[in-house]
Design a protein around this ligand. Structure first.
Ligand code: GLN
Length: 552
């Protein structure tokens, strides 16, 4: 019988509920239990694929092509399992299904209501994850904050789950905030009490309360929360802001969270083995002798969540190579017409991440040109690869016209163009080339050297591609098509010869990087950036020819 752990949030959003849920998954998995996670998002979009990163942060893509909430990225990184489409359920999906069934006549003339029709649909989707995954434990996190109108059907469904699955098979965790008042230098429990009262009003009595706080939480506060919120003292778990999110599983383990949960759910399991995880965290926290500065040139850099997997992948690579990484967030628009170009002078490597739409494109092209001509390591992710191709083509054709037809539909040099199977697609949701596809690597290339295998599978999210009629001319200019689809028709990786590292992938390697297994392309890029940073006389400040001589 599958056991369920339900995670709700209170007081404020952005509490790190996703990290808490993922960390619980990690400590349970370390006991030999199989774990999977599901996120319930109360918004009405079918998936976040159509949302602006400003609304929602990064869209995380799964192997099966599902466009999901960024918390799924945290789950995959912490639990080290590939999740599936069923792991992210939105109100949009629930209502769409209920309305489709109503139109088909499935409800036999009944009035369709939130309870039971919507809640039944939610429960069906939760139990489907359990059935499909056959996991010992399904952790279900509800997005948003208790008290939101939108999340009520989800919470009602979770309440009913205790009756359906049984008391011994359900465990409710409420994650709240203890705000710090500077004037009196104390943490306050009242918002937590109110939030738990709200949750109880919905019929859910939490079994555990996790309290996010910026200061250590004393015994008296824990007693007080236990008393007022009716949970056991050992089930009041402080989540003090950690140096690194990867430390959270270790903190939870020390607090006895998994033991408590296993006791309550009657789970017999072995002692935890977190040794590899602990080594990784120690490695992250160890002071590093060397710092490498990476510039991320993007359109949404004010909101770091928009590039969270890129940020994490860079940190995974840095930790493995015993370095600190200092990330410079560079808004691509600021580079247009060479404004703020000096910001690129200060970095050891440039990442141009994925993106859509014209804004900031010319600035990204400036970044690619800087990387190419100044021999600065460059990693292009999806759009970043397309930008790298456009920039090289502009140099080859000695013209500003080469472009992607996404940004200039009438360019005479459409080096990046809409994929043939995208031409007749009118609706935006879920219609890109999505998910995992194989890519064959070319022997002897930088890509093949990085991966050390011949075939890789990587995750995609794009509509445009390299236009093959330009292969010959760009190949003559030094571009190597080092990764191709099995039929060789689609360019998956392009890299520049005679450059320390200038490589772009049509896929998104960042989605597959894990803290204990940095992604090979990120590792290779970071190594090149590190080597550049370690060359004593700062090549970036030198003229191009000399730079070439000193480059690795
Ligand atoms: N906008 C580009 C495309 O659709 C790149 C997409 C991306 O970077 N994810 O092909």
């Amino acid at each position: 019988m599958t056991k369920y752990i339900f995670c709700t949030g209170g007081v404020v959003s952005s509490l790190g509920k996703g990290v808490a849920a993922a960390s619980i998954g990690r400590i349970l998995k370390s006991r030999g239990l199989s774990v999977t996670v599901q996120k319930l998002d109360p918004y009405l979009n079918v998936d976040p694929g159509t949302m602006s990163p400003y609304e929602h942060g990064e869209v995380f893509v799964l192997e099966d092509g599902a466009e999901t909430d960024l918390d799924l990225g945290a789950y995959e990184r912490f639990i080290d399992e590939n999740l599936s489409r069923a792991s992210n359920l939105t109100s949009g999906q629930v209502y769409q299904e209920v309305i489709n069934r109503e139109r088909r006549g499935d409800y036999l003339g009944k009035t369709i209501q939130v309870i039971p029709h919507v809640t039944n649909q939610i429960k069906a989707r939760i139990t489907e994850v359990a059935r499909h995954s056959q996991a010992d434990i399904v952790i279900v996190e509800v997005g948003g904050t208790v008290g939101d109108i939108e999340s009520l059907p989800f919470l009602e469904a979770l309440r009913q789950m205790r009756k359906d699955a049984g008391r011994n098979n359900t465990f409710y965790i409420h994650v709240t905030l203890l705000p710090h008042l500077q004037a009196t230098n104390e943490l306050k429990t009242k918002p937590t009490q109110h939030s738990v009262r709200e949750l109880r009003g919905i019929g859910i009595q939490p079994d555990m309360i996790m309290c996010r706080a910026d200061l250590p939480v004393g015994k008296d506060l824990r007693d007080k929360i236990a008393l007022f919120c009716d949970v056991e003292r050992e089930a009041v778990i402080p989540l003090t802001t950690a140096d690194t999110i990867y430390e959270v599983p270790l903190t939870l383990e020390e607090e006895g969270v998994a033991d408590f949960i296993c006791r309550q759910l009657n789970i017999a399991c072995r002692a935890p083995d977190l040794s590899e995880w602990r080594r990784m965290v120690e490695h992250i926290k160890k002071p590093k002798a060397h710092t490498v500065t990476i510039g991320i040139v993007g359109k949404y850099v004010e909101l770091e969540d928009a590039y969270i997997s890129v940020y994490e992948a860079l940190h995974h690579a840095a930790t493995q190579q015993d370095c600190e990484v200092n990330i410079e967030w560079i808004p691509s628009e600021n580079l247009e017409r060479m404004r703020q170009i000096e910001r690129l002078e200060r970095v050891d490597g440039i990442v141009v991440p994925g993106g859509f739409g014209e804004r900031g494109i010319e600035g990204k092209i400036v970044a690619a040109k800087f990387a190419r001509t100044r021999q600065v390591p460059y990693l292009g992710l999806c759009l970043g690869m397309q930008v790298m191709v456009i920039e090289l083509a502009r140099d080859v054709f000695e013209s500003d016209s080469p472009n992607s037809t996404e940004f200039n539909p009438t360019t005479p040099y459409p080096v990046i163009d809409l994929m043939a199977d995208q031409r007749d697609i009118a609706s935006l949701g879920g219609t890109m080339r999505l998910g995992s596809y194989p890519c064959h690597l070319r022997d002897g290339s930088i890509a093949a050297q990085a991966y050390q295998v011949k075939v890789v599978h990587e995750r995609h999210r794009h509509r445009f591609e390299f236009k093959n009629e330009f292969r010959d001319v760009l190949s003559a200019a030094g571009l190597l098509f080092s990764g191709l689809s099995p039929d060789e028709r689609l360019v998956e990786i392009a890299e520049l010869k005679d450059h320390p590292f200038m490589l772009g992938s049509q896929f998104h390697p960042e989605f597959k990087s894990r803290p204990t297994r940095p992604h090979p392309l990120f590792a290779a890029f970071f190594k090149a950036a590190r080597e550049r940073s370690q060359t004593a006389n700062q090549p970036s400040l030198m003229p191009v020819l000399e730079t070439q001589a000193t480059a690795p």
